[in-house]
Design a protein around this ligand. Structure first.
Ligand code: ARG
Length: 515
């Protein structure tokens, strides 16, 4: 770089710096006074109709809870800003004060009341069991669910209640919509969920194969949750009192439900119950079990992915053109769409498509997870393998052929050993990516490492400690993998091998002299 060039870049850097400072200060002076107005950030999990859901136009949210909180905001003179987040993330977000309140059909429980404050109850609800119509009559109460497969939403009272049933096999999903979908796909025997939500789903959704049994098996009250000691508890309570007195509450209620609202107590009855005591050590076995599942998932997926990748790579370099095109389409599809979408398509999409045309097909979730991960990684591996093989100079093919070697021999003794060495670094990358990507199958309720962590946070609300432990275990796994790959690279390095052989020869020379 000459002098002129250097001063040019220094000037650019200077301008850039001044520009960024300007933007930061404008932000600070213009935007922060606006923020200083009382805006209440309210968290909600909008897959819980009719309480909270996406508005039909896709902008913002709608539902009973949303209308109610808007009315509270008007009453209390607060500006409300809704924020969507997973249900099991609401209490951790309140603890860290990233949100100022949460309304999400959240039942007031003794355990939750230890970590957050609740305003007075605003809705009376309870759990119900949903079953497929053909099973109606066989299941009537929680006792009938013994040794059955039950789908629930993570971190909910339904999940807690279902976990108490002896011998039950729990399938935990991110929200109750997914759990109900699972039931209507025929993969579980029942769903334990809030009764009004299941009723609404049956009525509005496309779930006509499902029926509710044992309505309101429990008595629960929903409450607005706020950070412990929040000054807004009183404001929200006063506003709720006012709405209940003036019939405005009734108006909101009747927009979403038929009939008269239930009488609401001032405080939730029977707020006793044991709070879970937390110790990371006692959670370790479950986390390690999750890690084992993660390792198994990775191993299976890499195994099948490698087979698929090799076939695809062979197809892509073959002289028969259509094979090449097919493999190109495959690679483009699986590399060009998100893995998460592929997982959903395979687990939820394919069974419901096949059942739609009358075939009774169902994926076991381990199979679905391995299939999705292998199909996806095969695309990446194919490119790595193809690239490795094509990186070997064409002259080597010609040389081997002129020595009378066939395609197979050339590949096996000349091309592949060299190509493999070049493939190692990207293969290592792919392997490490795979270890981390397995966490995506948590979404289908698969209890690998990340899901185990999520489940623990859902009952203990210790987000930091648990996710840190989960991250450390992933780090450990990927660290081991990367060590193994660099060891392999070293071992297969021809220069090093040649040196080793040379030194072995030198070491053996004196003997030869002596003889
Ligand atoms: N009432 C149940 C509970 O508090 C379920 C609430 C789920 N709410 C939601 N928006 N996903 O555990």
């Amino acid at each position: 770089m000459n002098k002129k060039n250097v001063s040019f870049w220094i000037k650019r850097l200077g301008l850039g710096l001044i520009g960024s400072l300007l933007i930061i200060s404008i932000n600070y002076y213009l935007i922060s006074p606006l923020k200083a107005q009382e805006v209440l950030k309210v968290g909600t999990e909008p897959a819980f109709p009719p309480f909270e859901m996406q508005a039909p136009d896709g902008k913002g949210f709608t539902g009973f809870d949303i209308d109610l909180f808007k009315a509270i905001g008007e009453e209390a003179g607060l500006e409300i800003q809704f924020q969507s987040m997973p249900f099991d993330g609401l209490i951790p977000a309140l603890q860290s004060q990233t949100i100022d309140a949460a309304i999400s059909g959240m039942t007031i429980t003794a355990e939750r009341a230890q970590t957050v404050d609740f305003a007075r109850p605003y809705f009376r609800s309870g759990l119900a069991i949903a079953v497929r119509k053909e099973d109606q009559g066989k299941i009537k109460s929680f006792d009938d669910l013994e040794n059955k497969k039950v789908a629930v939403a993570i971190g909910t009272t339904g999940a807690q209640e279902a976990a108490k049933i002896p011998g039950v096999e729990l399938f935990t999903f991110d929200n109750s919509a997914l759990a109900l979908q699972e039931l209507s796909n025929g993969k579980v025997d029942a769903v334990v969920n809030d009764s009004p939500v299941t009723l609404y789903a049956i009525k509005i959704g496309n779930l006509n194969s499902i029926e509710i049994v044992g309505e309101l098996l429990t008595e629960e009250y929903y409450g607005i949750a706020l950070p412990k000691g929040s000054p807004n508890v009183e404001k929200v309570n006063n506003a709720l009192d006012e709405l209940l007195k003036t019939d405005k509450y009734r108006g909101v209620y009747q927009k979403w439900f038929a009939g008269e609202p239930a009488k609401l107590p001032l405080v939730t009855p029977a707020l006793e119950g044991e709070a879970a005591t937390f110790s990371l050590i006692s959670m370790l076995p479950a986390l390690l079990y999750g890690a084992l599942i993660t390792i198994l998932l990775t191993a299976f997926s890499v195994f099948f992915g490698t087979i698929g990748g090799t076939l695809l790579a062979t197809a892509s370099i073959s002289d028969f053109k259509p094979l090449g095109w097919l493999s190109r389409i495959y690679v483009d599809f699986f590399r060009g769409t998100p893995l998460l979408v592929q997982i959903f398509m395979i687990y939820f999409g394919i069974p419901s498509l096949l059942q739609g045309i009358g075939l009774d097909f169902n994926f076991n979730r381990f199979a679905a997870a391995v299939t999705a991960l292998s199909l996806n990684s095969a695309a990446y591996l194919a490119e790595i393998i193809r690239g490795g093989i094509q990186s070997i100079d064409i002259g080597q093919w010609e040389a081997s052929q002129s020595m009378g070697m066939g395609w197979r021999q050339t590949m096996r003794y000349v091309i592949f050993p060299q190509a493999f060495r070049r493939m190692l670094p990207p293969l290592g990358n792919e392997f490490i990516t795979m270890i981390k990507d397995t966490s995506l199958v948590a979404i289908i309720g698969f209890e690998e490492l990340f899901r185990q962590g999520q489940l623990m946070v859902a009952t203990t609300y210790r987000a930091f400690e648990i996710y840190a432990a989960v991250a450390l275990i992933y780090l450990f796994l990927t660290f081991i993998a990367s060590r193994v790959f660099s060891w392999l690279e070293k071992r297969l390095n021809p220069v090093r091998r040649a040196n080793k052989q040379a030194s072995a020869q030198i070491a053996s020379t004196p003997e030869q002299v002596a003889s």
